[in-house]
Design a protein around this ligand. Structure first.
Ligand code: GP9
Ligand code: MN
Length: 627
């Protein structure tokens, strides 16, 4: 009897154990998950098992003839999930969430980056499947009927194991599943597969939230943001009224390269000069999460935060917004985006409609050849150059957004475009980064020259900002070498600073030291153009206002004030970079949480559909909003 059972389930257990071992290897060698004590080690070891039993358990419903094949298919799906996470983790030190997994558009486009990120070792994730498939083909395995009771035992064991897992996790980390989550912690405690299930539940919750949201929720938020509104500085309000706006998203550009040299060579000579007669914000932070460039676009144009996971450009492109292009069109502006990439990347073609852009110049509007491309596509110099003809015939005033691309991971460049040589550390990514940043700087210089030649410069204002970090924490060693200091969590947070340059032709420059973030750009630009924002739902404030709150929240809940920085539950003194009494950060914690939570509520509930002119609800609904 026992022997028969053993035979019957041997294939099942081999597959289960292989998948378990693979998952554990991935934790250990690909994710670098550190365990702080023995118990964490045990939890990490056990956590894949419950979901593996559960998923493989479904194969038991298959007819005996196909059961082993179904087991291998499930093994393949599990292994592929691991593989995708490994590749993603390699660059972003983070785990995939469901919406990202379905971004096949993006995955297909990753091209260059993918080849850089996939390693030969990844093949081992599929080796067992190949061996077992061959085994199934050459050896006729006996077929067995499984009893309902046996299936029940497998599922019951999976559930029991899961309960033990969560129980252990909860004693180690109380409220793990109810608190705002940290993906790494979830993987560590409940395992990668359970995490994906949890993520799926969160995503469906978001869908449900929209269905159940009603107009009354926007009222509290409206009161809250209005109470935080800061009056514009009369000296600056309307300073650029009626001017064209050129918004430039600088790919992966971080503040640490500005006014810096590598091996005695300036990394951003043009920006360094431009800053001299511009408003320059050295303490400006990106606030993006997994949506990267698209998150930055979302934040900058809505003064709302991106989402904690996934890309809002994908998950909520059907929402009502009141983004800058829409606001400006009411003031007679024409809005356009230049980005020489596939229009569906980050779901832009769909999202730009929701943001009410008049025109999106995508890859088809540029002449892209192998000669003028590198890495992700058209080189920045050609990109800017080819856009000029469109600007020249664009209805004025216009709001034109440029999204650059050359300074994108893996930071490749042809020799002829290297204005400075690569750096010489052990880390190729960081070495190349300086060279591609320098290339981007040259492209900007030529763009400004062209704008002047074509007579397009005088009537425009230029807002240049870094979209997100380019160098992830995977490169701390080389970064530490470059900066000459150890990269602590404090330094990592400080490295989230990206440049912001506001250049108004004819205006003198000034270095604006206040702490600020991408969320502040919309009201800042609106006020420069003489457009009031006091009735808008926004989470940022005008960076030229006399009263500055000196406070910026990052998407992971970290925040920075004039004197302190809070990240990973630790409060740091900004001056020393040393840990300090938490009490110093305490007064800001509530505001950081509330801002993020309210912003998320708007996005998840699609609440702007109940606000202002968007309010198209039937009478009984609008009554609610007027309470
Ligand atoms: C893709 C470009 C880069 O179109 O915006 O996206 P990123 O990977 O930086 O989010
Ligand atoms: Mn980007």
């Amino acid at each position: 009897m026992m022997k028969k059972l053993q035979n019957k389930y041997s294939f099942f257990f081999i597959v289960a154990i292989m998948l378990w071992i693979k998952t554990y290897f991935v934790y250990e060698f690909a994710f670098n998950i550190e365990t702080e004590n023995k118990m964490e080690g045990i939890i990490l070891f056990l956590n894949p098992l419950s979901s593996i039993l559960l998923f493989l358990g479904f194969a038991l419903f298959a007819s005996p003839k196909y059961r082993n094949r179904v087991l291998l298919i499930i093994d393949f799906i599990g292994s592929f999930i691991l593989f995708a996470n490994v590749v993603y983790y390699r660059e972003f030190t983070d785990f995939i969430t469901i919406p990202l997994l379905f971004q096949t558009n993006n995955m297909g486009e990753l091209g260059n980056s993918i080849t850089e990120l996939v390693s030969g070792y990844d093949f081992f994730l599929f080796l067992d499947i190949i061996v077992l498939a061959v085994y199934l083909m050459v050896r006729k395995t006996k077929t067995f009927e499984v009893k309902k009771k046996e299936i029940a035992i497998v599922f019951a064991s999976a559930i029991a194991l899961f309960a033990v897992n969560v129980g252990l996790a909860e004693t180690e980390r109380p409220q793990l599943l109810t608190r705002t989550f940290d993906r790494e912690m979830l993987i560590k405690y409940i395992g990668t597969f359970n995490y994906h299930v949890y993520d799926a539940v969160l995503q469906s919750k978001a869908k449900a939230q929209r269905a159940f949201a009603d107009g009354s929720e926007i009222v509290d938020i409206e009161n809250y943001v209005k109470a935080n509104h800061v009056e514009p500085n009369p000296e600056m309000f309307g300073k650029a009224e009626g001017k064209n706006v050129i918004l430039v998203s600088l790919e992966s550009t971080q503040t640490f390269v500005v006014n810096e040299e590598v091996d005695g060579k300036e990394i951003t000579p043009f920006l360094n000069d431009l800053i001299e007669d511009s408003y320059y914000f050295p303490n400006f932070y990106h606030q993006t999460a997994q949506g990267k460039t698209s998150d930055s676009e979302f934040i900058v144009e809505n003064s709302l935060y991106g989402l904690p996971s996934g890309a809002v450009f994908f998950t909520h492109s059907g929402n009502e917004y009141n983004a800058s292009p829409e606001v400006l069109s009411e003031e007679g502006y024409y809005s356009s985006v230049f980005h020489a990439n596939n229009k569906s990347f980050w779901n832009r073609d769909v999202m730009y409609d929701a943001l009410k852009y008049d025109k999106f110049y995508d890859i088809n509007d540029f002449s892209v050849t192998p000669e003028n491309s590198i890495g992700w596509g058209l080189k920045d110099e050609y990109f800017f150059d080819q856009s000029i003809k469109y600007l020249k015939t664009m209805p004025e005033p216009y709001y034109a957004k440029y999204i650059t691309l050359t300074n994108h991971f893996p930071f490749t460049l042809e020799k002829e475009d290297e204005y400075i040589p690569e750096w010489t550390s052990d880390d190729g990514t960081v070495n190349r980064f300086f060279t591609t940043v320098r290339y981007q700087d040259e492209a900007l210089k030529k763009f400004f020259e062209r704008m002047k030649e074509e007579g397009l410069y005088e009537d425009s204002i230029f807002v240049l900002y870094g979209d997100h970090y380019g160098i992830s924490q995977n490169h701390n060693k080389a970064m530490g070498e470059f900066l000459g200091k150890e990269i602590t969590p404090f330094e990592t947070t400080q490295l989230q600073r990206v440049p912001l340059v506001v250049h108004i032709p004819g205006q003198e420059g000034e270095v604006m030291e206040q702490v600020s973030g991408q969320i502040d750009l919309k009201p800042t630009i609106m006020h420069l153009l003489g457009i009031e924002t006091k009735d808008m739902i926004k989470f940022g404030n005008d960076l030229f206002a006399e009263k500055q709150d000196n406070f910026t929240i990052l998407r992971d809940g970290s925040f920075i004030t004039e004197d302190h920085l809070y990240t990973n539950n630790v409060c740091y003194d900004k001056e020393t970079g040393e840990e300090t009494d938490k009490a110093a950060c305490e007064p800001y914690m509530e505001k950081a949480k509330t801002d993020l939570a309210y912003s998320d509520k708007i996005v998840y509930g699609d609440l702007l559909r109940f606000f202002g002119e968007n309010n198209e609800q039937p009478a009984d609904e609008s009554e609610k909003t007027e309470q």
